[in-house]
Design a protein around this ligand. Structure first.
Ligand SMILES: *[C@@H]1O[C@H](CO)[C@@H](O)[C@H](O)[C@H]1NC(C)=O
Ligand SMILES: *[C@@H]1O[C@H](CO)[C@@H](O)[C@H](O)[C@H]1NC(C)=O
Ligand SMILES: *[C@@H]1O[C@H](CO)[C@@H](O)[C@H](O)[C@H]1NC(C)=O
Ligand SMILES: *[C@@H]1O[C@H](CO)[C@@H](O)[C@H](O)[C@H]1NC(C)=O
Ligand SMILES: *[C@@H]1O[C@H](CO)[C@@H](O)[C@H](O)[C@H]1NC(C)=O
Ligand SMILES: *[C@@H]1O[C@H](CO)[C@@H](O)[C@H](O)[C@H]1NC(C)=O
Length: 931
């Protein structure tokens, strides 16, 4: 960044030529000087007694680069050393006498390295026209697979988002540069405590430089280097030139540089050391990372913006195109200079189509010779066939070449003779070799049909995408090979299958790692190491099937039976009882010690555990929580009285209860985990965290949101752990709907609930929290008839078993509400605010169908792949009988395949309010006619 303030180095040498005084000043100015900056002051050179003078530049100010005010010369337009390296300004100074005196200012423009930015066509960025979700010019997706002590193998795949709203504790800075090459250089100072902790664990694990490489036939690299606050790093930097280290004050500085292409997604796979661990806190579970990949896809900036965050303004003029990465200008012919505002006397040939890859054998091209800022006297073309074409006085001419054949290839030159005898010319090299799409053969007359997205080459026929082979790309790669031309050998071990396109391994049970060479860590087994071993007493557990190998003297399936010799069976009963009692005592003592040890640091441990759990599910949510969050909501179990059970499922239960608060007793709904297993614990964590995030970040005075169930507190330090929620007297919306007589007019009342829930979604969107299970069963209605979104994760299985279907491939040990899930959630298990919008569409359907269970093509139960197939074909839920078209249109817009095309909650709110008004009007009419 150019420094502000006075930039000039003034070297004055006065050539005082007798009394008249011919003054010669000289000044240096860097070419990147901002418009308005001072070049030099004439006043200081003319000396005392000249206060009342006027100064005027009368000559030498080519293309009006400077202006003078009050005898001080300023930069008026951007300078460019490459175009105009010096100026000799003539300044008339008029004093009392009225007779101007002249002085000369010799301005030397100084070359600045890396300036101006170069417009590199190789990474020309798209210009984004539609309003996207994100404002970044790149979509950067991070895919990680890690294995944790308890969690097994976890896969995270998410977009890196640098635009998190600032948090009280966070200080995150982001910078980007890029000059002439296609390297994206970004620097980030993590400011949020959770980010700092993660970076710190990498630092402590000595993982401070990370090299990630593109596909084998591509030399692209992505490098991440971590520095500490003093700019030290533990890594041997190979590519110092690729780093960008601005002056920022941060615990750690993370720099990223990646070769990017302007028009395609780049994929990088990182080289990881044999064993790298990420720790989320000193007591937390360690994760061992075994796969880390980045996908970087250019999406471009809106018009007239550039930079990674699209926050820089383009300055290009005269129709020049602005580079999305560095803001460099690509001038239209006839212009030059940093911002293309300096006329360029030139002759150019403009070809249409301009992209030489779109000029085919048997196709055609137009060459247009144009003259800029010159007066052409004569114009002459020379063609590859050695013929010439002369034109008298023409300022432009077009030549069109039809049915291009190889003999048309060669150099086309347009030569212009100007009136003053100068000769200027321009050339164009025609090199058509390819056939038009779908054609092949020497003269491009044969049809070419390639399957699976293969492209057609004039000589070689089909060029197949990775994973396919055969003359028309009809055959998948043989087992054991993958990639372009099936030329690469799979390296998957232990019977893992390998993806024919990218060679990725799908490990069999008991193995993990990028080539499935590593057995599950101790204590875990099965597919993706997701199962915890049940072996007791230091037995080892088989990585594939979890069978236990006991250590003596233990035996039994889980090694929890003491091997007894035949004699011991004859122990008198009393002795056996004594042994049991002693064993029980020992266990009790051990347990108490354990508890004592635990008690001392229970709070941070629990909080860290929950955070870790959340990090696996939803990073955004974890980021919304400030340290101490769990403690702030902790309630004393003694203040709680439990009443009758109001809801019960396989693993969750809800009781009515009374909570004693400072002012009064309130009726609360007490949700608790019924079985302490992993699934329930996860859901519990998620619900607690989501509700606390909503209540701590809410805009309302007392926290929370009127359409989100109110949180009174949590009990996590004693068992049973529970969540204390507002008690909604009218109960679940689903039940209310089912009990409602099906009258046409009654829909209006429910439309109001829908409007209220859309407000809840709006709030969740603001807080970047995905609910994941928006459905009528999860909406509660309070005694004053307000709908509230509830169930942020716990009570999944309180309801009908058919609603939640185990995802089958045991990838996710969760029950999922398939028919409410968005297409992308079904496919990738990714839940976002946009997928909530889809579910909200299903909720609307439920309302219009009075609580009927949604079904596609009358099938009550569909497997996940079948459902995905139907949705991909465009099948959606039918219009419920009696549902107004307008309401059904709203539903359908929620079910658009492209998540960003779905309406935002604010739009839903408005459209539903309109629907509601129409339905109310209908109701009035009906009532009147029935009277
Ligand atoms: C600037 O122009 C004047 C008049 O043409 C000339 O006398 C002077 O030498 C020039 N200065 C330089 C540095 O070229
Ligand atoms: C500048 O000064 C010169 C002589 O001192 C004079 O001939 C000329 O006309 C002046 N130019 C303008 C634009 O005032
Ligand atoms: C454009 O970028 C590519 C890739 O980084 C580089 O190889 C090439 O030299 C650059 N071109 C110019 C004109 O700087
Ligand atoms: C990191 O490197 C230091 C110094 O080489 C070493 O002492 C330390 O054990 C390493 N840490 C890990 C986690 O490998
Ligand atoms: C870009 O232009 C807008 C509007 O003219 C202005 O508000 C903003 O500050 C400019 N941004 C930068 C980085 O110059
Ligand atoms: C030579 O090439 C030009 C341009 O393709 C064409 O117009 C002209 O007819 C050709 N002349 C001969 C003699 O082939």
């Amino acid at each position: 960044m150019p420094p502000n303030g006075v930039l000039f180095v003034l070297v004055i040498y006065l050539v005082t030529d007798c009394t008249l005084g011919t003054l010669q000043l000289s000044a240096n100015v860097p070419e990147n000087a901002q418009v308005g900056e001072i070049v030099t002051s004439v006043r200081s050179a003319i000396g005392e007694g000249w206060e009342e003078v006027r100064c005027e530049i009368v000559a030498g100010n080519r293309n009006i680069r400077f202006l003078v005010t009050d005898c001080v010369i300023h930069v008026a337009r951007p300078l460019d050393y490459g175009v105009e390296p010096s100026y000799n300004l003539t300044v008339n100074v008029t004093g009392y006498s009225g007779n101007p005196e002249q002085l000369y200012v010799d301005v030397q423009v100084q070359n600045v390295g890396g300036y101006p930015p170069v417009y590199n066509d190789t990474c020309e960025m798209p210009v984004r026209t539609e309003k996207g979700k994100s404002n970044l010019s790149f979509d950067i997706k991070l895919t990680m697979e890690a294995v944790g002590e308890e969690a097994g193998v976890v896969s995270v795949s998410k977009n890196v988002d640098f635009r998190r709203k600032p948090k009280p504790f966070s200080f995150s800075e982001f910078y980007v540069t890029g000059n002439s090459d296609c390297v994206l250089k970004a620097t980030w100072g993590p400011g949020h405590y959770a980010d700092i902790r993660t970076v710190e664990s990498l630092w402590q694990g000595n993982l401070t430089c990370l090299y990630c490489y593109g596909p084998p036939d591509d030399a692209s690299v992505l490098v991440v280097v971590i520095f500490d606050g003093r700019r030290h790093t533990k890594c041997d930097i190979v590519h110092y030139d690729r780093l960008f280290l601005p002056a920022i004050d941060s615990h750690f500085i993370v720099t990223l540089s990646a070769d990017v292409s302007g028009n395609k997604r780049q994929h990088f796979r990182c080289e990881l050391p044999e064993k790298i661990s990420v720790v989320a806190g000193k007591d937390a579970t360690q994760f061992e990372v075994n796969l880390l990949e980045f996908d970087v896809e250019p999406v471009g900036c809106p018009p007239n913006k550039y930079g990674l965050l699209c926050d820089q303004n383009c300055t290009c003029e005269n129709g020049a195109r602005c580079h999305g990465l560095n803001g460099a200008c690509k001038c239209q012919p006839g212009w030059q200079g940093v911002v293309c505002d300096i006329p360029h006397s030139t002759v150019v040939i403009i070809a249409t189509p301009s992209d030489s890859r779109q000029i085919y054998i048997s196709g055609s091209v137009t060459l247009h010779c144009r003259v800029f800022h010159l007066a052409a006297d004569r114009m002459m073309w020379t063609f590859p066939n050695k013929t010439e074409k002369w034109l008298q006085g023409a300022q432009e001419d077009r030549v069109r070449i039809h049915n291009i054949q190889s003999e048309h290839n060669g150099t086309y030159t347009c030569t212009v003779l100007t009136g003053d005898g100068a000769v200027v010319n321009a050339s164009y090299e025609l090199q058509a070799v390819a056939c038009p799409p779908g054609k092949t053969g020497e003269s491009c007359e044969e049809e070419c049909v390639c399957s699976h997205g293969g492209s057609c080459d004039r000589w070689a026929g089909c060029v197949c995408p990775p994973g396919w082979t055969g003359t028309t790309c009809q055959t998948s790669c043989q087992v054991g090979s993958y990639g372009q031309g099936c030329s690469r050998r799979c390296r998957c071990q232990h019977d893992a299958t390998c993806s024919p396109t990218d060679g990725r391994c799908n490990c069999t049970e008991g193995w993990f790692g990028s080539n499935c060479s590593r057995p599950c860590p101790a204590g875990l087994y099965g597919r993706k190491c997701r199962h915890a071993c049940a072996c007791k007493n230091s037995a080892t557990c088989h990585n594939v099937d979890g069978t236990c190998t006991c250590v003596s003297p233990w035996t039994g399936k889980f090694c929890d039976v003491i091997e007894t010799d035949t004699d011991s069976n004859t122990f008198p009963l009393s002795l056996q009882i004594v042994i049991l009692i002693v064993a029980a005592l020992v266990l009790l003592i051990l347990y108490k010690r354990q508890m004592a040890k635990h008690g001392a640091q229970e709070e941070p441990l629990e909080e860290t555990r929950v955070l870790l759990e959340l990090r696996n599910m939803e990073d955004d949510l974890a980021q919304s929580l400030q340290p101490g969050w769990l403690n702030r909501w902790e309630r004393n179990a003694d203040d709680l009285t439990l009443d009758e059970l109001v809801g019960l499922g396989a693993s969750a239960q809800i009781r009515r209860g009374r909570l004693r608060t400072a002012d009064a007793d309130v009726t609360v709904a007490v949700k608790s985990v019924r079985i302490e297993d992993r699934r329930c614990y996860r859901a519990f964590c998620r619900e607690v965290a989501a509700l606390i995030a909503v209540h701590e970040n809410g805009e309302e005075e007392n926290g929370g949101h009127p359409n989100i169930v109110k949180l009174f507190g949590v009990v996590t330090t004693s068992t049973p752990k529970c969540i204390l929620l507002e008690f909604a007297a009218k109960g679940e919306l689903l039940l209310i709907l089912k009990q409602q007589p099906r009258l046409n007019g009654s829909l209006g009342r429910f439309a109001r609930y829908a409007v209220q829930i859309s407000r809840a979604l709006e709030e969740l969107r603001r807080l970047r929290i995905a609910h994941g299970d928006v459905a009528a069963r999860n909406v509660l209605v309070s005694c004053d008839d307000v709908a509230k979104l509830a169930d942020f994760g716990l009570a999944h299985d309180v309801y009908a078993e058919t609603t939640y279907v185990s995802s089958g491939n045991d990838d996710v040990d969760e029950l999922l509400p398939l028919k409410w899930m968005a297409l992308e959630s079904l496919e990738s298990r990714e839940f976002t605010c946009e997928s909530d919008t889809w579910s909200f569409g299903v909720l609307l359907w439920e309302i219009a169908a009075f609580g009927e269970e949604p079904s596609y093509q009358r099938q009550r139960q569909l497997s996940c792949p079948k459902l995905v197939g139907l949705l991909r074909q465009g099948v959606r839920l039918d219009r419920p009988p009696g549902c107004p078209d307008k309401l059904y249109d709203v539903m359908k817009s929620c079910w658009r395949e492209e998540p960003s095309a779905r309406p935002e909650p604010a739009e839903l709110e408005q459209r539903l309010a309109e629907c509601g008004q129409e339905m109310d009007a209908l109701l009035v009419v009906e009532k009147e006619t029935s009277v």
